[in-house]
Design a protein. Sequence first.
Lengths: 529, 282
Amino acid sequence: MSATTISPYRSPQRAENDSFLRLVRAEWTKFRTLRGWVLAVVIAVVLTDVFGLLVVHPHSPCGSGCHLLVPTGPGGEAVNDSFYFVRRPLAGNGSITVRVTALTGKVSASGGGFFGPGQPQNGLSPGVVPWAKAGIIITQSTRQGSAYAAMMVTGGNGVRMQYDYTSDVPGLAGLVSAASPRWLRLVRSGNTITGYDSPDGSHWTEVGVARLAGLSGTVQAGLFAASPLKFTPNFITYSESGGSVSGSLATGVFDHVALAGSGAGGWTGQNIGASGAGYTGPQIGYRQAGGRFTVTGSGDIGPVVSGAANSSYDTVTIGDHLLGVFLGLVILVVIGAMFITVEYRRGLISTTLTASPKRGRMLAAKAVVIGLVTFAAGAAAAALAVIVGIYVSRSGGVYVLPVGWPTEARVILGTAAMLAVTSVLALSIGTILRRSVVTVATVVVGLVLPYILGASGVLPVGAAEWMLRVTPAAAFAIEQSVPQYHQVIGQYGPPDYFPLAPWAGFAVLCAYAVVGLGLAAYLLRRRDA
Amino acid sequence: MSQTVTLARCRPRRRSWPAWTALADALHAEWTKLRTVPGTGWILAALCVLTIGVGAGTDSATRCATGVGCTLDTTRVSLTGILAGQAVVAVLAVLVISGEYSTGMITATFTAMPRRPVVLAAKAIVLTALVLAASVVAVAGSLLAGRLLLATNGLTAAHGFAVVSLARGPTVRAAAGSVLYMALIGLLSLGVATIVRDSAAATGAVLAVLYVAPIAALFLGSNPVWQRRVERYSPVNAGLTIEDTTGLRHLPIGPWGGLAVLAIWAAAALVAAGLQLRLRDA
């Protein structure tokens, strides 16, 4: 009798290692083989672009084929560069020093609009706008958009040193008057200009140093006056109509004018930007009596911001072409939610979890797949919308505020990332709730309703800003393309401006997604499938 | 010998079944379905809570500097929550029809009730009744919250603001109109959801209809022609003009005209849904 050993059955199939990549591949196969979902992603891309392009079809402000000539500064940004300039050439190094004894101004009647060429100036009343400017400037040339540095007194913001349109450094505080004059000095050494101010002409304080790449050879130095549009918000919310805009003038009174350095000729007065949108009127100009100069000007030297607040230009930002993203977002949220809720409805979830019992990793694999798919789709959609949108707007005569390629890339890729994180959020809410209808409603309303409430002017600015800081709608900050400037008064609100910086707003949405994923993973482990 | 076998013709008896009986039966069936689903009560409660909550939040945040041209419609501010509540109405409408498709219940429904447009009509009536009832509570609560909260923020008659009160004709119109608005949003959503069928996709489609147009109106500041078109002809922007009680002359479309635009959208969606039901397999 012999004993036989019976070995238990072993499957001839080699054991698969359950690596994460294999899980991702399984989820990708699930996604890719559902024709409806792939089609829906394609539809999301197409709708994003078509809606953005058809609806944001520009209207030309001045007839077809015309193009606004907006000057651009040394940094490539659109600028306002209109002011009255009393100048002398300055060859090589030198300095200019003045004493300012008064800054007065006039404002046109509220709603009187921009001072257009040939527009009557009736209804002018005395008043200085906060950023009315009078002071000294050294600029490369009289061409709009030239490199410059200036020291100035302002209507309500003390002494300032400003250079190359976007930089602003505060100097002495307080208002200028005959009793408390302000002494201003600019010193040029090569392409470096240093600004000083002084209350008495003997004790000088350095305000700032500007290194201007575009400054060389003979430059223009002298006195200037400018006064931007007066902007009055008509309500304390971000309202669609903005506020009322009226024109203004500023007059600066200077004495003790001293120009050191070599240059030829006497003083020349010139209204810079008068051929464009600048104001030309009989009050603009300068008078010289003895050593005393009285200079009156209108306009502004500074960056153009979006909206009608500081410029007569009709401008749009590159982000304005992303209107269709809201439509694409809804579709991608639906797909993100269904990626998990359909498994529960069809019972596929038990197979999925049997095949990979580590539930958290299954969720992570799903998040990776849906995130990558929506990122790719979002990048394609946003790139097309922005690039084609800019082309359509420009060919229609609408001025698109120029931005550098890093900003353009950030807007496009950031929008794609926002869509990706949103679909991951939908996936995690879907895992928590397991019901597609409530999931889709929660995510879409959570993103879109705060945006509407924050942007539509229903809420006052404080509450609206709070809304756009703490809710997932903060993520739309990633579509901002032009910065806010504290030295330019404007209607800073959505869709062009948000209370948070682009990536900070995006981080808020990411925080929601991380919390959602964590809760989803926890519940997935605790609950029965 | 031959035997004659007479075979009785086997034919279902055709009972004469008038349309109104069919509708009554369908109504009874739909009411039973909706009543016995556990979610319905929660959804209606959510409608009221969300509408009143968002409205009250807006009321308490609203301030208005006296003097500088602050024109504010107190009734419209009180009814801000409608923007949130309409999403709940949409969810209910989607569940009424898409819920049946996702569970397969729809085949049983259509077997029992082969007149499909009658089923749709019954669903529409039951949904409308529920939404109307809940919206009356939500709108009354919102107006009451507005009356109490706006006054504490200085938006009082002494400062030239109309106190939210049903003694004012335009406020009564806004209140009644908002209730109708919710019902019409429900019908529009039901129509869209019947066409789309899948519950997730239907929710997405309905919410896109409800929320993308108001955002488009915000974006189109640089394109006034299209902005005006959106404000006049999109269901939500036009429909919500029913909430306005001041500055009526400057509205893009009159209050009742705006509600009529929404009614046309809802009717078109329901008719398209009815045709789809007849032409398609269940």
